[in-house]
Design a binder for this molecule. Structure first.
Ligand code: M6P
Ligand code: ZN
Length: 187
């Protein structure tokens, strides 16, 4: 099967994470207010409605054989004691993904539908492998932008529904000023 695309390249600005000639998607607190545990803190912060992350998504056809890719710029900050994070998702078709962390530090929070969980500390130079069947979310526990480049299968798709309703099994929060991994139900 020949792609409709011609061979091409695009420029990644290593300093800012901007991937040129892509679609920019922005997520503010109002786009994901139910994802954070501390709803009182959400209500207080909604007045300023901070930018949580930006995705520079290369316009690749979402079909088998292609490789979708993007950069994400995840801002530093917290909602209550919970660090800024991406929504997180499963892939519609169980398939792997590679994350390459360019700058900043934090966690890749992952879990399977049958209850296995993993919290991977990552920083500049980390290349993380997300196996098929593991939902994934990124959490910025540092005080600067966390920038990472991702590659996934064109037919993988994004399934947000289960995470949107139940959340992940574990959350990453600041405890005494340092990141801690706690159970979803913990206060
Ligand atoms: C990574 C990739 C993208 C994803 C983005 C934001 O860059 O996994 O596919 O869109 O993070 O995460 P989410 O889609 O969960 O909001
Ligand atoms: Zn993914």
């Amino acid at each position: 099967m020949t792609s409709a695309l011609r061979p091409h390249s695009r420029h990644l600005d290593l300093g800012t994470g901007v991937l040129h000639n892509t679609r920019l998607l922005e997520r503010r607190l109002s786009d994901m207010s139910s994802y954070y545990a501390d709803q009182k803190a959400v209500q207080e912060l909604l007045a300023e409605n901070p930018l949580i992350y930006q995705v520079y998504d290369a316009p690749i056809p979402e079909r088998e054989g292609e490789l979708c890719h993007c950069t994400t710029v995840l801002k530093p900050g917290r909602v209550g004691d919970e660090y800024f994070m991406t929504k997180g998702h499963h892939h519609e078709v169980d398939s792997a993904e590679i994350y390459y962390i360019l700058s900043g530090s934090g966690y890749l929070v992952m879990e399977t539908r049958d209850g296995q969980a993993s919290e991977l500390a990552v920083g500049p130079g980390s290349i993380a492998y997300i196996p098929p069947g593991w939902a994934h979310r990124t959490v910025n526990t540092g005080d600067s932008d966390m920038v990472f480049y991702c590659v996934w299968f064109g037919n993988g798709g994004h399934d947000y529904a289960s995470i949107a309703t139940k959340g992940f099994l574990r959350r990453i929060v600041a405890a005494g000023g340092v990141p801690a991994v706690i159970d979803r139900s913990a206060k």
